[in-house]
Every structure is written in C-alpha cells, then in structure tokens.
Design a protein around this ligand. Structure first.
Ligand SMILES: [Ca+2]
Length: 261
C-alpha cells in the first residue's frame, strides 16, 4: 500500500495534467468559422492558381506549372480573362503582390522574382530570392513572402533583402505549409497548402487569431489532390474576399471573416 499509493497518485496526477493540457489545447486553439459564399463566378480550369490580388477594379491571377505559367487580368464581375501573358517556360509561377505599379511574381524553385508593370504586364526587372517562393503579399511598404514553412519573411521591395520574420503559431504550435497570402486591414490571411483552411494571423505576434474553413466549398473542386484552395484576394471597395483554387471551375466571393450575413 505504501508503495502503491504514490504510484496511483502519480498516475492520477499524470491523468489530471493530461486533462488540463487537453483542455488548454481545446480552449486555446483559434476558433474556426465557415466560409460564407456571396457569389460564384466561372474560373478557367486550365488555371493552376498560385496568386490572386486586386489591381484597382481588376483581378490579377498568377498560375503555375512549367511551360504553362501565366499572369492573367480578369474581370471580377464575370471571371472573364481580359489580358494574359505567359511567364518564361523554364519557371514555375507562384504568388504575386502589387506595390505601386510594380507587380512582383514569385517563382517556385528558380530563385527568380519577376517584376512587371502592373498595367501593361511588360517585364520591368528581375530580382533574386534564396530558397523556395510560395506566396507573396504587401502591407503597402514591404513585401511579405511565404516559403512553405511556418515562417513569413518581410522583404525590401528594392532588393528583396530580409527585414524580419514572423513565426506563425496556433496555440503555441507552429503552423507550417503557409502558402498564398493576402494582407487585409492590418492582418495576414494565409492558406495552408493542401487544406481548405485560411489562417487569420496577427502580424505583430504571429498568432493565428481565427480560421476561415472552406471545407464545404472546396469539396469536389479541381481534378485531383493537387488542386487545392490557393487564391485569396481582398476587394477593398466591396470589402469581400475572392477565393479560388488550382483548376477549380469557380471563383467564390465570400464575406470577410468575423462578419455576419
Ligand atoms: Ca493574394
């Protein structure tokens, strides 16, 4: 009895501790809310979507795959392609961001960042970036890039020199495979590759404040397991989001997180 009592109390303590940890995990993980769809528009099934953003009244989409990567300018009312240019055949297009009239387009593994005039889509410059390029956005002053890890890197738009990093966590756990990015009213939206979920991130702390869960909407889209949600654009005029995915047949106009219908 003398020997067993401490064992039992140790076990009970361990169970109690596990319970507390579980409770704190459940209590501390950021809350999720479903995507609320306002409209559905056609989207080209040839578009292996990598980046999506607004440029004035138009949408810009970048697409990937070697030999097929493009920049497309779209009418957000109809989803129709207004203009399109091909990227060099040897690069795999990734996310994009607009700073002034310069459109920055990441490439996946070639270390090249291609800069275009946002109106004419004429090439303007090329910059180098170490590591992989995944998603890109801007706070209007700096670029913010993802590389598939849980870290986002602020970069100087003139040189791409790193200016700082954000470690993204949900309840203390790193959130990796951050991909397409969008800056919305001082917060970062980031989708997690191969999931239909978008994290809403505090750029000051890296904490995930909430999740936008597009599971219902993403079901049955695309042709296969690679055809995941991968485009997020903020329409600041109408204060709505446009989202789509690789080879999805549709764009979805959805409400900003935290807003009720
Ligand atoms: Ca975006």
């Amino acid at each position: 009895m003398i020997r067993r009592a401490p064992r039992r109390s140790t076990l009970l303590s361990a169970l109690a501790l596990a319970g507390l940890l579980l409770a704190s995990t459940l209590a501390g993980a950021a809350p999720a809310e479903p995507c609320r769809v306002l409209a559905r528009l056609p989207h080209g099934r040839d578009a292996y979507t990598q980046g999506l953003l607004f440029h004035g009244p138009e949408l810009i989409e970048t697409t990937g795959l070697y030999g097929a990567s493009t920049i497309r300018v779209l009418d957000p009312a109809s989803g129709r392609i207004l203009r399109q240019v091909a990227l060099p055949r040897e690069v795999f297009g990734e996310g994009a961001a607009l700073l002034g009239e310069r459109l920055y387009v990441l490439t996946w593994r070639s270390g090249r960042v291609l800069v275009f005039d946002a109106n004419s889509l004429s090439p303007r410059a090329e910059l180098r970036l170490g590591g992989e390029g995944w998603g890109l956005t801007t706070d209007g002053r700096r670029l913010l890039a993802s590389d598939g890890s849980h870290r986002l890197t602020w970069r100087d738009p003139a040189s791409l020199a790193p200016l700082g990093q954000i470690e993204v966590t949900d309840n203390g756990a790193p959130v990796s495979r951050l991909n397409e990015l969008e800056w919305v009213d001082g917060l970062i939206l980031a989708n997690v590759w191969q999931t239909p979920k978008i994290a809403v991130i505090d750029p000051g702390t890296g904490r995930v404040l909430s999740w936008l869960d597009c599971t219902a909407l993403a079901a049955g889209q695309g042709f296969g397991p690679d055809d995941v949600l991968n485009g997020i654009a903020f329409d600041p005029g109408a204060r709505r989001l446009y989202i789509t995915g690789k080879r999805w047949p549709a764009f979805y106009v959805i409400e900003l997180p935290g807003r009720t219908p």
